[in-house]
Design a protein around this ligand. Structure first.
Ligand code: SAM
Ligand code: ZN
Length: 466
């Protein structure tokens, strides 16, 4: 009997290959024609079994994966197109960020006016993925795979900082170790005014920077795994230009939708367009018992992975819901001409690009109104009920899209006044002056000097569109 020593790297590789295909141990055993105990022993680094396994069985497992034994053992390279995303959470996110960071400077410059935009985005994405050894369809199948996702979500590290958000947003508690920093009546989820130009209030008034734990809070917020706890749900986030955190805007949108009757809406499918951490889609799906299909979409890979991981962490009471993720610009991954979603929720970037400030696109996650205009124009093709939230600063662009398409924005709830805290905009006095003409409010009596309003709308579609 010929035996082969199997090291830990090979055991992990076998498990990754299995999870990437969505097979459980029994399924792999079945496909390979070996016993399930054999597979469990093989994958388990702590099984206590010696390192040697029968070559014949390893051969059969390699064949089940469409590989040769040297490829399975890591001695020869995998054939192209079989590189899978890592399962270890930190390595996974590092890989996603690597792809996104090379995409960001270019895709933020693509605009809706350009007919070639979708092709340009797809080519660029394919090229960046290829450079990292991935193929789009394969990694998206992997991200949608329940077994793989369970394995990823089981490995999410404990948070370095947790933020407990009160249901009514009347208090926030930041926690790490035994420390709890309480922020009553917050205006923002990170309610700091310190670097706002024009504020008369110094850091001794700041809820964070007046705290004895300010350095630790800053460092954990900037570099750590942050978990937002809201309404019994947990949302992981880590600072980076690729991933937007759950924000006061999203909380307002959710409460507007709830007042509108979100939990009773007769709907089966929901699209969270521009999903970020998946905060809106996850909260909406857990509130409405009728939803059975949840789709997250984003133009970056990191949000696709975070939203699905956050779903895996929060889906306990909604195991019957099928969740998936789409990577793409706008909704151009969805080629169907009829509305495919009962409900669409989106709070797109809203900061208008004015005059010489085109470079803002590359500097801020909320810069550019392309997605906003796209949704207003294409609401009818995207879904039956399309809800959108944006700032009054984007009202002019929204109005242009309304006029072009003939669609109308019907307010859902009242406008909410929130501090305007976009660093890339706040450091440009001339741009701020232009925003003031669009409705940016100055309030020198508040520690946050600049304010805008955000409001939720339902898009009423008519037949013509741009
Ligand atoms: C303001 S964030 C909102 C994130 C999330 N919905 C939430 O409430 O936390 C906007 C999101 O839209 C995504 N996005 C921006 N432009 C996009 C586009 N043209 N196509 C698809 N996604 C886009 C961004 O990556 C980001 O995740
Ligand atoms: Zn501060």
């Amino acid at each position: 009997m010929v035996t082969v020593p199997v090291d830990d790297a090979t055991r992990t590789r076998i498990q990754n290959l299995r999870l990437a295909r969505g097979w459980n141990e029994d399924e792999l055993a079945d496909k390979a024609g070996v016993s399930d105990t054999h597979i469990r022993n093989l994958e388990d680094t702590n099984s206590g079994r010696g390192p040697n396994f029968r070559k014949r069985e390893l051969d059969m497992i390699a064949v089940a994966f469409g590989l040769t034994l040297p490829q399975l053992m890591g001695i020869c390279q995998m054939p192209t197109g079989t590189t899978y995303l890592p399962r270890h959470f930190d390595s996974l996110i590092d890989q996603c960020r690597k792809v996104d960071q090379s995409l960001l400077p270019i895709i933020r410059d693509l605009t809706i006016e350009d007919e070639m935009v979708d092709g340009a985005y797809r080519d660029l994405l394919a090229e960046r993925l290829r450079q990292c050894g991935y193929r789009r369809d394969e990694i998206m199948d992997q991200i949608r795979n329940r077994y793989w996702l369970d394995a990823v979500s089981n490995q999410v590290p404990p948070p370095d900082l947790t933020i407990d958000i009160d249901d009514q947003m009347q208090s926030l508690v930041y926690r790490f170790g035994d420390v709890a920093v309480d922020i009553p009546n917050p205006q923002l989820v990170w309610d700091c005014h310190c670097d706002s130009p024009g504020t008369k209030y110094d850091s001794s008034y700041c809820p964070f920077h007046s705290s004895e734990h300010k350095d630790e809070l800053d460092s954990r917020m900037s570099n750590g795994h942050v978990a937002f706890n809201y309404h019994g749900h947990k949302f992981y986030w880590r600072r980076g230009r690729e991933l937007w955190p759950p924000s006061i805007d999203s909380l307002h949108m959710l409460s507007d939708l709830e007042s509108y009757g979100l939990s009773e809406l007769r709907c089966k499918s929901l699209l969270d367009l521009g999903a970020g951490t998946g905060f809106l889609g996850i909260c909406a799906t857990t509130r409405n018992p009728n939803i059975t299909t949840l789709t997250f979409s984003d133009w970056l890979l990191t949000p696709c992975v975070y939203s699905m991981t956050n779903w895996a962490l929060n889906r306990a009471s909604r195991r019957h819901v099928t969740a998936s993720s789409e990577l793409g610009l706008f909704t151009w991954w969805n080629k169907l001409g009829t509305p495919t979603y009962d409900i669409v929720i989106c709070n797109p970037p809203y900061l208008p690009i004015i005059g010489d400030h085109r470079d803002l696109r590359g500097r801020s996650t909320v810069a550019g109104t392309d997605l906003l205009k796209y949704i207003i124009c294409h609401a009818k093709e995207i879904g039956k009920q399309v809800f959108i939230q944006f700032s009054n600063l984007a009202a002019k662009d929204a109005c242009i899209a309304e006029q072009k398409s003939g669609n109308r924005l019907q307010p859902v709830g009242d406008p909410h006044s929130v501090p305007f805290r976009v660093p890339a905009a706040l450091e440009r006095p001339e741009y701020l002056a232009r925003l003031e003409t669009l409705g940016l409010q100055l309030n020198h009596n508040h520690r946050h000097p600049y304010w805008h309003t955000v409001r939720t709308y339902l898009i009423k579609s008519y037949d013509t569109h741009c």
